[in-house]
Design a protein around this ligand. Structure first.
Ligand SMILES: [Zn+2]
Length: 253
């Protein structure tokens, strides 16, 4: 395993732990995968995140024998939809699946989420669909999930949870948090009654503005920090770029 792959595996584990610490997920019900060259790295089945090591992450070929894996532990029981998404969606580099509470509550009610908030535009359309029900881990569930994800970066899974996908793991996790947030907001607006839903034109307009919104690419960060290349890394600049937390100083804020 080279350094790059090890770092990606460590990032998967760090995101699993964060997902539970933040309350987005409970226990080992969630699972995460990331594309690495012609393979998919995925969390192993039923392994507590605290004891997970980079070597325990399962590695599956995208185009080789379907369902085969390398590693000491079986891949997540949900490897099918992770693998099928990676195979069917070349734009996807990271997949996050959780049973986050509000997304799951709506999925239990079998409700798709309409454009109740402009952040819906980050998901590639005017709604987040709810896929029909099939038992966990099945090819049928994978088919339903892929159908619901058509042209979208997220979906609900009936009586189960949600899936968020992104160009990389960071984006997928960012969208997983956004999806749970929109689900919560929609649920609460339903409780209040008569939520207003944005129109297609309003979502299309928002989508246009999204090229510079949300999670910034490392490139954008680099460009930002490159604005003052002649200066030594001052406390202010380090704080602005978001690095070196140990150097944080009250005057730098
Ligand atoms: Zn699940």
């Amino acid at each position: 395993m080279n350094r790059e792959e090890r770092q990606l595996r460590e990032s998967i584990i760090a995101k699993c732990r964060w997902m539970n610490a933040s309350g987005l997920n409970q226990g080992t019900s969630g699972n995460i995968s990331a594309r690495y060259k012609d393979r998919m790295l995925i969390t192993p089945s039923a392994t507590p995140y605290d004891s997970m090591k980079p070597e325990m992450i399962a590695s599956m070929p995208l185009d080789g024998e379907y369902g085969s894996w390398d590693g000491p532990l079986k891949p997540s029981t949900e490897w099918r939809f992770h693998l099928d998404i990676m195979r069917g969606r070349p734009d996807v580099g990271g997949v996050v699946h959780t049973h986050s509470t509000y997304a799951t509550v709506l999925a239990i009610a079998r409700k798709s989420i309409p454009a109740c908030h402009y952040m819906m535009a980050a998901f590639g359309g005017t709604d987040i669909r709810c896929a029909g029900y099939a038992r966990f881990g099945t090819a049928e569930l994978s088919e339903l999930a892929l159908e619901a994800l058509e042209g979208r970066n997220g979906c609900l899974l009936a009586n189960h949870g949600m899936i968020a996908v992104g160009a990389n793991l960071d984006k997928a996790m960012w969208l997983a948090v956004e999806l749970e947030t929109i689900a919560k907001q929609y649920y609460l607006s339903l409780a209040l009654g008569q939520p207003h839903i944005l129109g297609d034109a309003e979502i299309a307009e928002t989508a246009q503005g999204f090229s510079t919104y949300g999670l910034q690419e490392p490139k954008a960060k680099a460009a930002k920090s490159a604005k003052t290349p002649e200066k030594p890394a001052s406390k202010t600049r380090a704080a602005a770029v978001g690095r070196r937390p140990e150097k944080k100083h009250s005057s730098a804020r």
